[in-house]
Write a protein of this length. Structure first.
Length: 217
């Protein structure tokens, strides 16, 4: 009798945990939030001659809705800035100090190679439309700003971190509704053409190498 009561008590204690696990298994994430940063290599020739190095920093984030477990549609905002001396690509002139800023706004469709909730390595590819906002401030020459349309393509590898600390992963779901937390590495190519003040076509895009954190909820 005592053993039966102990068994019933244990069952009552375990029932909420089992129910929660079953509920989590039936549910699936519907949103993806990315926070990312890395380097941007401009497509403009001889960039390092005027800015001191071949690349500059880039950071931003994205929010996407999952049409299916493997397919997402989303929007991404990034920011790129560099400061140099020499050549202003939009002005198309040799100059002194110049501050060069880009703010790509990307609308994308992305496919993830997800085949199970316990998968820890997930490749992905995507692409879409880009609206490139630019600003160039040249010493003694004024400011040029504007925007142009373009496109981008991306590919990456998502490393799911849930298995590294299952207790923390469970708390993230319980407290914030986050199903999966991942580290990811990504390469993106952007093409966004403008005509500079001299009438020459210039690609304001380039290649980005990024890493960041992905939260699926």
């Amino acid at each position: 009798m005592k053993r039966a009561l102990s068994g019933m008590l244990l069952l009552l204690i375990m029932m909420p945990l089992v129910a929660q696990s079953a509920e989590q298994a039936l549910e699936r994430p519907h949103w993806s939030l990315e926070l990312k940063g890395g380097v941007f290599i401009p497509a403009i020739d001889n960039w390092s001659t005027y800015y001191g190095r071949r690349d500059t920093s880039e950071f931003g984030g994205s929010l996407a809705y999952k049409l299916a477990r493997q397919i997402e549609i989303g929007v991404e905002g990034m920011y790129i800035r560099d400061k140099g001396q020499g050549f202003a690509p939009i002005h198309n002139i040799a100059t002194g100090n110049v501050i060069y800023e880009l703010a790509p706004l990307n609308v994308f469709l992305l496919a993830r190679g997800t085949f199970g909730e316990n998968q820890w390595l997930i490749p992905y590819v995507g692409g879409g439309w880009t609206r490139m906002y630019y600003r160039e401030e040249v010493q003694y020459q004024g400011i040029v700003r504007g925007s142009t349309d373009g496109s981008h393509w991306r590919a990456g590898l998502q490393i799911v971190l849930d298995g590294a600390d299952t207790r923390a992963a469970g708390n993230m779901y319980k407290d914030y509704g986050i199903f999966h937390t991942s580290l990811f590495l990504e390469t993106r190519y952007t093409r966004a053409m403008i005509t500079d003040l001299a009438g020459t076509s210039v690609n304001l895009g380039g290649t980005s190498y990024l890493m960041g954190l992905l939260f699926e909820f």
